[in-house]
Design a binder for this molecule. Structure first.
Ligand code: SF4
Length: 333
């Protein structure tokens, strides 16, 4: 919370623009001030998770591709990193970042220019591929996810690309651990009434033991997904579930209550609000309309909802944002 205020006071003007690929620094509970880099087009992923806050996967694939020229992206990341001095440069995306075939070259380029640590947020689905393990190993911290311990639940919760099995995913993570000596923090998304069943949690914990993560972190889908049957757990209940894991898990979900934060920067908020005043939009509509990255745009939308300037609503199974026309201040949806 304080770090956000400090960011807002000291930020260079360039930090406050929404970009197609680089966003932030944004305050991250795990990573401090995190400069995000979006490595894939909206929404390209090897999974189509039921809880995904970005909406349904439109390109479900296991094929890597050179979505953008590395040099242009590298130039922007380095310039933004030098101007804003984040605690971490975080490789993530509007989907799965390891699908970007320029990943290794990009990380090497960043490392040659700055000593800011690099974190990779990944679903961990494709670590059986040697080149993906090599690229990921260049990062200083890898945060994969594992949401299921058995095949049936894996297919339900992550809805992977055709043919991908949980055993392949696990074997990939085991292979990665064998050669990667830097930290692996495993994230487990816990869905109310589904993942929280003791048998399921035990199976996830057993599978996680095979690749020995340094930390296990429990999250819950507090942000809305496009599926209205997915609900978060209360934080107290999440705390209770930590003891299923070894090492004992920690909770990283943000509290579902309004938090006092610095207001969203006007030059980020204005174009988004302008669109919402015309009509309700999905996250994808806004990103397409403004040419901005989904994770960065989502942060702005969440801030607008917190400030009571926008609201979230489900319509025909899709999640929209709308300008709040005089409604009382809402919580982050
Ligand atoms: S892996 Fe991440 S981006 Fe892909 S569908 Fe799941 S939550 Fe969304």
């Amino acid at each position: 919370m304080q770090e956000t205020s400090r960011d807002q006071k000291t930020a260079a003007p360039s930090e406050h623009r929404l970009s197609a690929r680089v966003y932030g620094p944004v305050p991250s509970r795990r990573l401090g001030r995190s400069l995000g880099v979006d490595l894939v087009p909206f929404k390209t992923c090897s999974y189509d998770c039921v809880y995904c806050q970005l909406g349904p996967t439109t390109k479900l694939t296991a094929e890597r591709a050179p979505f953008f020229p590395v040099q242009g992206l590298l130039h922007e990341v380095i310039a933004r990193a030098k101007a804003s001095k984040p605690d971490f440069i975080t490789l993530a995306g509007s989907g799965e970042p390891t699908l970007y075939s320029g990943l290794g070259e990009l990380v090497e380029g960043i490392k040659a220019a700055t000593d800011i640590p690099i974190a990779l947020l990944t679903n961990g689905a494709l670590f059986k591929e040697e080149q993906i393990r090599r690229d990921a190993a260049l990062c200083d911290l890898v945060i994969p996810s594992l949401d299921a311990g058995d095949e049936e639940f894996f297919q339900w919760v992550n809805r992977p690309v055709n043919g991908l099995t949980l055993e392949e995913v696990t074997e990939g993570l085991v292979l990665f651990r064998e050669s990667y000596r830097k930290p692996i923090w495993l994230e487990v998304m816990v869905i109310q009434g589904m993942t929280e069943q003791p048998k399921r949690l035990r199976e996830i914990a057993k599978r996680a033991k095979r690749f020995k993560p340094d930390k296990i972190q429990l999250n819950t889908p507090i942000r809305p997904s496009s599926r209205d049957f997915v609900f978060p757990l209360g934080l107290e209940r999440l705390e209770q579930l930590c003891s299923f894991f070894e090492p004992r898990a920690e909770v990283i979900a943000e509290p579902p209550r309004p938090v006092k934060r610095a207001p969203v920067a006007p030059d980020e908020a204005a174009p988004v609000l302008e669109m919402l005043w015309r009509r309700p939009c999905t996250l994808e509509d806004i990103c397409a309309g403004l040419g901005t990255s989904a994770p960065g745009t989502l942060k702005v939308l969440e801030a607008l909802v917190r400030e009571g300037k926008a609201r979230g609503l489900f319509r025909q199974g899709r999640y929209f944002f709308d300008a709040a026309r005089g409604e009382p201040k809402g919580q982050v949806p």
